[in-house]
Design a protein around this ligand. Structure first.
Ligand code: KIV
Length: 285
């Protein structure tokens, strides 16, 4: 899409024109640069950074301060891409005031274009409060990892008619609240395609099938960097873990065998200086 940063009205137009929106997570400066160079429409600085960057077992321990630092790095790496900050557990659950304060931190300190928060009907007052403060909001329903304890683990949602109804009601509530976009995670295409057709805001999918208005993947899954587990919805486009491990293994071998560094990696003395040095060194013999 060139170098022009897309904004919410562009994403609405893309939905209307049937053009798919591309979205990926990033947590650092170089990956954000790669995403922007690849022509990505949006970047999410997800709280999945807890697992993908810090090695935590879940997103639960992730703090606002960590999210802000990573958003700042991504903003610097992708100045012309729509960047979304992900509100971590504890940053919006207690009150509307907390939600507004933390959403504003994302915008003010890290320069993000929008925030995302998990939950449907139960977070409507938070969404409205953040919107009232002038911040763009993206809802997130279906599998919501921060409340995985309540929804029976990291499991697809909406696979029974009764559960699908809850997801659909959440989607309607999010649109009605005024949120500008909606992300649906791990929900059958039969359900998400109905939602995408009914809603006028862009509906993005992570594991919610092909009929949504765009797709999100976690970059560490996509490039094969995070290998602890791989959800069914992931398509792996590279094997960075293998490439990097092989490179590091080769380096270890080269250092141990004396193959590295070679002459081409050395800074030789300026012409004529070597002789002078030899003379100087005589006094130490
Ligand atoms: O943190 C994240 O990357 C997310 C995705 C799983 C949607 O919220």
């Amino acid at each position: 899409m060139g170098n022009k940063k897309l904004m919410v009205h562009d994403f609405i137009r893309m939905k209307q024109e049937g053009k798919k929106i591309t979205w990926v997570t990033s947590y650092d400066f170089p990956t954000a640069q790669f995403a922007e160079a690849a022509g990505m429409d949006m970047i999410l600085v997800g709280d999945s950074l807890g697992m993908c960057v810090y090695g935590y077992e879940s997103t639960v321990p992730v703090t606002m301060d960590q999210c802000i630092v990573h958003c700042e790095a991504v903003r610097r790496g992708a100045p012309n891409t729509f960047v979304v900050g992900d509100m971590p557990l504890g940053s919006y659950q207690a009150s509307d005031e907390d939600a507004v304060q933390n959403a504003i931190r994302f915008v003010k300190e890290a320069g993000v274009d929008a925030i995302k928060l998990e939950g449907g009907k139960r977070v409507i007052s938070r969404i409205k409060a953040i919107l009232d403060a002038g911040v763009v909001v993206i809802g997130h329903i279906g599998l919501t990892p921060q409340s995985s304890g309540q929804i029976g683990g990291h499991k697809a949602q909406g696979r029974t008619a009764e559960s699908a109804k809850l997801v659909i009601e959440d989607a309607f509530a999010i649109e009605e609240s005024g949120a500008q976009m909606l992300l649906i995670e791990a929900v059958p295409p039969e359900v998400s395609s109905f939602i995408a057709k009914k809603l006028s805001i862009p509906v993005l999918s992570i594991g919610a099938g092909p009929d949504c208005d765009g797709q999100l993947l976690i970059v560490s899954d996509l490039i094969g960097q995070f290998t602890a587990f791989t959800p069914k919805f992931v398509k792996r486009y590279a094997n960075v873990a293998e490439v990097v491990t092989n490179a590091l293994r080769q380096y270890v071998t080269d250092v141990r065998s004396g193959l590295f560094p070679g002459d081409e990696h050395c800074y030789h003395m300026i012409k004529g200086e070597e002789e002078k040095l030899k003379e100087m060194l005589k006094e130490y013999e």
